[in-house]
Design a protein around this ligand. Structure first.
Ligand SMILES: Cc1cc2nc3c(=O)[nH]c(=O)nc-3n(C[C@H](O)[C@H](O)[C@H](O)COP(=O)(O)OP(=O)(O)OC[C@H]3O[C@@H](n4cnc5c(N)ncnc54)[C@H](O)[C@@H]3O)c2cc1C
Length: 468
């Protein structure tokens, strides 16, 4: 027989989104919360990440709003030199463990059930004891919807025959002998992480082959720094983005302008990207990656044999001594259909600001905590920003993002809240512009003047693309 529990909120998933949501609820309400997760520790996919993983964006605006994660340092060495620190996977896990053990649980308002599988209908089961539970709750918060995929928990969608050495990038540090070649499969951020690590470990770039099925537009990490000394690059990039869109004469021209302004970067200037996942990269990382000349652009891999790699559009030779590294998992499930965030008694946190899942979860919790009990009104300020996959998705994502930003700017309560939320990297920076800071004011003017024309241009391009 199931053990009965009751709580105001039942949160499924103690990943970054579940933790950020719970933190804001604890700060802004008196509610009780039950958190269920199938992992042993909070932090979600960071529990199974590769050993050399770091955040891709500064620690300054990652984690939960009530607790700093960044060490307040700028990297002095390495490929992120000069930019705000990026917490390692170990740092992220220790941080979430601290948040759970030293904040959430001592509050007396959180019950945490690790190693438990949620089965639906308020029911979950402890995977080790077999004990089952049934929760009566006011609201269910499904923080599993985005389904983050990582290489160690991902099954490749191609065939690997006997005699092939194939591994997720998690296993790279376990290698004890130099292989003939490293064949890195995946053009996204995980593939980039594997390549950069190999180069940093001293592997000759000529010993690396990189399989890219689609090149990606990338974001320059210098433009994502939420601290005052980076105002010009961060807010300047936003202004440049709006200008590029507003002045564009066609979609192609828009991407050209976005690149020319420094908003987008790409690995190879001769290959037009078809993918956009919002991944960030530093200029030093770009230079390092460009040392790799052995790039296979023949579509997706379909089969790996000891002497041959078959891809959709051709094949390339291999050797039994090659190590094949799987980086083909897509962190964000891009074909996921957006669903209503507030629907009856279920809350499904999704992105309400592009590239910012954690901030999004916190804002959704704030709306839940402070808005009247009316899902229509709550959904109105929490429009889902769809996850991008192809280059063209950038337009819908940006239009939805700008629409939310506009609505928040018209709501004084939300505007004030943004100023004090650590996970919002940018509002505070903008609010602190001094009267005599003419350069910063000029950037904000460009941003404001181009925002509305940019939204209208995006709507036109989206309509044309739909009709075409
Ligand atoms: C390598 C990497 C670096 C990244 N860097 C950044 C960054 O710098 N900044 C940024 O904003 N984003 C970054 N991201 C994006 C990333 O998706 C988010 O940071 C975030 O960690 C996602 O958290 P989540 O809670 O949505 O998902 P997850 O971490 O996947 O958490 C979901 C949780 O739900 C649990 N769960 C699922 N189903 C069930 C069930 N039935 N029963 C019980 N539990 C269940 C899982 O065990 C898991 O713990 C990065 C992603 C990757 C892969």
């Amino acid at each position: 027989m199931s053990k009965s529990l009751s709580s105001d909120y039942l949160i499924i998933g103690s990943g970054a989104m579940g933790m950020a949501f719970a933190d804001t609820l604890l700060t802004e309400t008196k509610a009780n919360i039950i958190i269920v997760d199938r992992f042993a520790k909070p932090g979600g996919h960071w529990n199974v990440a590769y050993p050399f993983v770091t955040l891709h964006q500064p620690s300054t605006f990652y984690g939960v709003s009530s607790r700093e994660l960044s060490q307040g340092l700028k990297d002095q060495v390495g490929l992120n030199k000069g930019l705000n620190d990026l917490a390692s996977g170990q740092d992220v896990l220790r941080y979430y463990d601290d948040v759970m053990r030293h904040q959430f649980l001592p509050s007396g308002r959180v019950q945490y059930f690790p190693m438990c599988d949620y089965k639906g209908g308020g029911k979950f089961k402890n995977k080790l004891s077999g004990e089952t539970f049934e929760v009566s709750y006011k609201k269910l918060v499904d923080c599993t919807y985005l389904k983050t995929h990582v290489p160690s928990t991902h099954t490749p969608n191609f065939e690997i025959t006997e005699g092939v050495t194939f591994m997720p990038l998690n296993d790279l540090p376990k290698l004890t002998q130099a292989p003939d070649m490293f064949n890195v499969i995946g053009g996204g951020k995980t593939g980039i992480d594997a390549l950069l690590w190999l180069l940093e470990m001293g592997v000759n770039p000529d010993k690396i082959q990189w399989v890219i099925s689609r090149d990606a537009w990338l974001l320059d990490r210098q433009n994502t720094q939420p601290t005052a000394e980076f105002f010009s690059s961060t807010m300047g990039a936003q202004a440049a983005q709006f200008e590029s869109i507003a002045n564009a004469e066609s979609v192609e021209d828009m991407f050209d302008r976005l690149e020319a302004s420094g908003y987008f970067v790409r690995i190879d200037k001769n290959v037009r990207p078809e993918m956009f996942h919002g991944a960030t990269i530093s200029q030093a990382e770009l230079i390092a990656l460009r040392q790799i000349k052995n790039i296979v652009r023949l579509g997706h891999v379909t089969k790996i044999e000891p002497h041959l790699i078959t891809l959709k559009k051709g094949s390339v030779p291999s050797t039994p001594g090659t190590v094949h590294i799987d980086c083909s998992a897509s962190a964000l499930k891009a074909d996921l259909k957006p669903t209503l965030i507030f629907d009856s008694d279920v809350i499904t946190p999704q992105m309400v600001r592009s590239y910012q899942p954690i901030f999004s979860a916190s804002l959704i919790a704030h709306v839940e905590a402070t808005f009247p009990d009316d899902n229509t009104k709550k959904n109105d300020v929490c429009g889902v920003v769809p996850l991008p996959n192809a280059d063209m998705d950038y337009m819908k994502m940006t239009a939805a993002n700008m629409m939310n930003q506009y609505k928040w700017s018209q709501n004084s309560e939300i505007s004030n809240w943004l100023l004090n939320n650590r996970l919002d990297g940018f509002s505070k920076m903008v609010s602190e512009i001094g009267a005599d800071e003419t350069e910063k004011r000029a950037i904000m003017k460009r941003l404001r003047n181009n925002a509305m024309p940019a939204v209208m241009k995006l709507q036109n391009f989206i309509a044309q693309a739909g009709a075409g």
